[in-house]
Design a protein around this ligand. Structure first.
Ligand code: G3P
Ligand code: MG
Length: 259
């Protein structure tokens, strides 16, 4: 087994910092672009979350929405466009004219950049419904082409995507994403072999969170953009928060870690 691959049973939560840059530092640069990753790194984030989906010609790309309307100057569904078509789009001007050179990143480009910046990655699998296996298969091709040096955690809201990850990328740990924490969270995690549970801030409930943490299950919460809320979550035992503004939380995160 190559050295960069986590050994079976390895928990990415053991050394996870308290702050993960959400879609890169997406409060300061266009989400999921090279600029967002570079900004996260400059702000001293060591983990980033990005969204991964697939093109019509089977290439894994870094993109949140199913269509390109919000985050590029193009129109239409990602799954219906080739990589060559998607690469003609401007993925930065919607955010600011200073970012007009940003392009949609392939997962291979993401891995290369994250290796250069020494970033750990949580890749959230965002498949078009019905194309879950193709999405994970494309991710496997990217990882074959560009071996990743750091920790890679896969996650998804999508059951089929997680099952495909379990089958095709079993060497990488998985997390289950939910909005509200379901009552049968343990069974759902077992089903997909998830080692962590990621939930939405709107559904934070201290008692439920404490009960889950008592079982030794690591939790992460999205999306937390103010320090006071982050502190409440950390105090309740949440391992990490996803934030669009790592600079707002990071100094304090380091201080808390040293206690
Ligand atoms: O992976 C955590 C979070 O990113 C999930 O929601 O919509 O921001 O991708 P979303
Ligand atoms: Mg996401």
């Amino acid at each position: 087994m190559p050295l960069h691959m986590p050994v079976h049973g390895y928990s990415p939560y053991t050394n996870m910092p308290k702050v993960i840059a959400h879609r890169g530092a997406s409060g300061h640069a266009p989400e999921n672009t090279a600029a967002a990753l570079q900004t996260a790194s400059k702000m001293r984030a060591t983990w980033v979350e990005v969204d991964i989906t697939v093109t019509s010609d089977g290439v894994a790309v870094v993109f949140h929405d199913s269509d390109v309307n919000r985050c590029t100057n193009g129109r239409g569904l990602v799954i219906k466009q080739t990589l060559a078509e998607l690469k003609t789009l401007d993925a930065g001007s919607w955010y600011s004219p200073f970012h007009s050179d940003e392009k949609i990143l392939t997962m291979m480009e993401l891995l290369t950049l994250a290796n250069q910046l020494d970033l750990n990655i949580n890749m959230e699998i965002k498949p078009t419904i019905g194309r879950e296996t193709e999405t994970v298969w494309a991710m496997k091709q990217a990882l074959r082409s560009v071996p990743f040096d750091n920790t890679l955690l896969l996650s998804s809201f999508n059951y089929r995507a997680l099952m495909a990850a379990k089958e095709f990328l079993p060497e990488y740990p998985r997390a289950l994403n939910v909005e509200a924490i379901p009552r049968d969270w343990a069974a759902r995690m077992d089903d997909v072999g998830a080692t962590g549970l990621h939930f939405a801030l709107d559904f934070f409930d201290r008692k439920a969170v404490e009960e889950i943490i008592e079982t030794g299950t690591p939790l992460a919460c999205f999306t937390v953009n103010d320090l006071e809320t982050a502190q409440r979550l950390w105090a309740a035992g949440v391992t990490a928060v996803f934030t669009d503004y790592p600079d707002r939380l990071l100094l304090d995160a380091r201080r808390v870690e040293h206690h």
